[in-house]
Design a protein around this ligand. Structure first.
Ligand code: SF4
Ligand SMILES: [Zn+2]
Length: 390
């Protein structure tokens, strides 16, 4: 257990590494200015889809400055005038099945962050949703520290009357302060997640006609963690989110995206594990699902295989098992059938043996000690004062 002062000191050092990393490896232009894809969900016990859509935007302000260690969302310097953003977004909506029931606005940043999306433009984008006559549920993505009751209320006023559910989606990644602030470099604290819940639940209690719900995102395997630590961390974080009042949680098995600290650490082929980053095994997804109480497991989706910014390194399994395991994950999202966990753990393959061997490896040292040493190596590499000294 690390003291608050120790975590603060490590978080400051990690943030400095991330700022320097971003200076040396700026973000690339996002590949699409607006777009959408389908997310598999289980609605009233039946397979269904939710549309994830995004509009032309500048990208996540935090990613541009330093960013989370696994993320490269952003950036676009060619953001057009408002009329074009709105026309593009409406054209994207018109490409959808007119019977679309669930839509999630995921711009790869924060819908409630004025630097990324001014309030007037947000209002105009939300107002265009009226062209979907069967829309039941609308969700959005935003950093926890941007969630406020007045912003939620404004949104509720703008939503078409036939929308009966508003989901506020925010990444908690890990509820372990050391993992969150140092390994993920989230730039937020766990207290901000608790505050976001308070804001959402306060609006929820006042609402008579609509459900206002929290939808949290948890990361499976931030850098520097062993496979076993990552599984335990994800189970703990998902459980915390539900205990706190989340309606749904999405688990993201980490991938490798260009120009991220995870990608940089994955390229260190001479370094030892877990300093050298390796994505989680697909088998670990099922360990996490198996570690949750049945009601929490049923409400947990597993996503991240499709993205507006495609990955260059996938979660692991051998070529023979990868598609089977990925298919079982998609089936879980569509059906929530607990038998899928058994189907995954019954696979007999040398890659499963390798996974089990890795799972049984003890951590080389306590996490806080390792983080201090790992950050020291990055500080040396990037020409920063080691230990954060000025
Ligand atoms: S994970 Fe979210 S907050 Fe972090 S850099 Fe990416 S978009 Fe920004
Ligand atoms: Zn295999």
């Amino acid at each position: 257990m690390s003291s608050e002062a120790e975590i603060d000191a490590l978080a400051r050092r990690m943030a400095r590494v991330a700022y320097e990393f971003r200076r040396r490896f700026p973000l690339e232009t996002a590949p699409w200015r607006s777009g959408h894809y389908l997310i598999p969900i289980c609605s009233y016990g039946r397979p269904a889809h939710k549309v994830l859509i995004w509009h032309h935007n500048a990208g996540c302000a935090w990613a541009r400055k330093a960013g989370c260690t696994m993320c490269n969302f952003g950036e676009r310097r060619d953001v057009p005038p408002e009329e074009i953003i709105l026309a593009d977004f409406e054209a994207e909506l018109r490409k959808l099945d007119p019977g679309t029931r669930f839509l999630h606005l995921g711009p790869g940043g924060s819908v409630f962050e004025a630097k990324e999306l001014p309030a007037e433009l947000r209002a105009k984008l939300v107002s265009t949703l009226k062209i979907l006559p069967f829309l039941e549920g609308f969700g959005l993505e935003t950093r926890a520290n941007t969630i406020r009751q007045d912003r939620i209320e404004q949104l509720l006023d703008l939503l078409p009357p036939h929308v009966t559910e508003l989901a506020l989606g925010f990444g908690i990644e890990s509820i372990d302060e050391l993992v969150l602030r140092v390994a993920v470099n989230k730039g937020e604290r766990c207290a901000e997640f608790a505050h976001a819940f308070n804001e959402i639940l306060a609006v929820q209690r006042r609402q008579k006609s609509r459900r206002v719900i929290a939808d949290c995102y948890v990361l499976l395997k931030p850098p520097f963690l062993t496979e076993a630590e990552a599984i335990a961390d994800a189970v703990h974080s998902i459980t915390w989110a539900y205990d706190r009042g989340a309606d749904t949680v999405t688990l993201f098995p980490n991938t490798i995206k260009r120009n991220t600290i995870c990608a940089h650490l994955a390229s260190k082929t001479d370094a030892e594990i877990p300093y050298r980053y390796q994505t989680p095994w697909l088998y670990s997804v099922f360990e996490v699902l198996a570690g949750l109480p049945p009601d929490y497991r049923r409400r947990t989706r597993v996503l991240g295989f499709t993205s507006g910014n495609p990955y260059v390194g996938a979660p692991r399994a051998c070529d023979l098992c990868w598609h089977v395991l990925h298919g079982l994950i998609a089936a879980h999202n569509y059906t929530n059938d607990p038998a899928l966990i058994g189907a995954a753990t019954e696979l007999r393959c040398s890659c499963r043996d390798e996974f089990l061997r890795e799972l049984s490896q003890p951590a080389p040292a306590p996490l806080s000690e390792r983080l201090a040493a790992y950050i020291g190596r990055l500080e040396t590499e990037f020409g920063l004062p080691v230990g954060g000294a000025r």
